[in-house]
Structures are given as C-alpha cells and as structure tokens.
Design a binder for this molecule. Sequence first.
Ligand SMILES: [Fe+2]
Ligand SMILES: [Fe+2]
Length: 286
Amino acid sequence: MRTIFHISDVHFGPPHLHRVSEGVLEHVERHRPDLVVLSGDLTQRARPEQFREARAFVDRIPVPVVVVPGNHDVPLWRVWERAFDPYGCYKRCFSPELEPVYRDEELLIAGVNTAFGWTFKDGRITMRRLLELAELFEQTPESVFKVVVAHHHLIPPPNFGTQRVLGNAYEAIDLFSSAGVDLILSGHLHQTYVGNSEEFYPKGRPPVVILHAGTTTSNRGRGGERERNTCNWIRVDHEAMVVSHLRWHRDLERFAEHSRHWYPRQERSPYTLEGLGPEPIPAPFP
Ligand SMILES: [Fe+2]
Ligand SMILES: [Fe+2]
C-alpha cells in the first residue's frame, strides 16, 4: 500500500498563506504519507526569494517530494529571462530537475514539465517527453501503479468556463491510456476536480483517472473554491485506489476530508462484486 499527498499551486509570494502551509507540514507529520507530490506554481512571480521560500518549505517535508514547475515559475515580466533562460531561477534557487521520476516496487511517478517561456499561460507536453515516457512505461511492470504529474490540466472540468487544455493533451492521453497509466495529477486551475480520460477522449479503453488539486496554500482559489484551500490524499493498494479531497478548515486549523472517490484496480477486486458495492474502508484520518 502507498499513500500520496497531492498538493499544488502553493504560490510563495504575496498570495501565500503561511498558516496553511504550516498546516500542510503538520498534516504530513501526523499522517506520514509515503511521498508528497507538488504539481507546480511554487511561486507567484518566479523571484529568487520566492523559490528559496519554496525550497525551505519542501526541505521541511520528511518524506520524498516530487515537484514539477508551473507557469508562475517562469518569469512573466523579465522578458529576456523568459525568452532565453526561463528555468534559470528555478534551477538555481529550487532544483536543477524539471521532470523528476520517482520509483519503488509499487509505484512509478513521472514528472512532466508543461510550462515554457514562450507560452503565456497555457502549457504543453513535448513530443520528446512523450517518447521518453512511452519507453519508461514499457519498462515498468504492469503491477506497478503509474502516475503522471503535470502542472497544466489535460481535461477541462465541466462548467469551468473554458474548454482549453494543454498542447498535445490528446496525444498524451492516447499514450497514457494505452500504456496503462493509472492516474494523472495536475493543478493550475485552482479548483479541485476528479474525472477520467474517457469523458473527453472516448476511445473505449480503461479510463485513466485525472485528478486536479486546487490551490493548497494561496488566496487564489477559483470558482467554487474561492477563498478555499484544497489538496488530495491518495491511497493505493493492489485492489483499489481511494482519492480523498481535503479542505482547509480555518476554525479547526487543519485539513479534513471533504469527499471520497473510490476506483477498483482489478476486475476481480472484492470491492466490485455485483450487488455488494464497495466494502467499507476505514477513514483516512482517525
Ligand atoms: Fe497557480
Ligand atoms: Fe498555473
């Protein structure tokens, strides 16, 4: 069994909420996930001091952390940097790695950089990275739970007001669904959502679960998550994946479960026996 704590859009800089990021660290300390995924927008304006604050935050997390950059981690107004050295500050002040890969005997997590200097806001996945991922997935046993992390969204949530998705999203989902990817994690929209690849790209294949985190520690929540801070807690074993959306409760000063979504991993999972429905599962945070 593995547990993944998915946070996103922490936006160090003026919109960052320090009390909530302390709450993230307390949650990690109390519940000890196997690892944390941070799906981009570490900073508000890609400034060195904002990256250093993000680095200090990540360094306080006592489990492995997989991080990818977001569009806010590329300078917006420093045009020369944006054109010629878009990741210089990220690499110098946060990490030299833009597309990290984590693996153990049960889990593979592949980071994808979708933020580029010459795109203003909407990201894209390069064909180069898709070819690398195809090779990586081919070398990975079927039993390993496969996760892709990208800052920008591959499908738009319903009623979000935009149907725009990142460039090469169709090609990426085509590859991921045929390669047996189980889960895609992203952020960017500042609104929680869970759906699947077949909703937008129906191919008659096993659906890839697509999970968006809202902004975990900033005041930039959107839509139904205005003024809210959210993140996801994911538990995986060989029979099922359970996704819990967590919300920050100001009165309790902690994250608590808001909703839970359950996905069988095997056709013969005991959870899916006809007429029985899901087995009761223990609450994630006793
Ligand atoms: Fe963001
Ligand atoms: Fe973003």
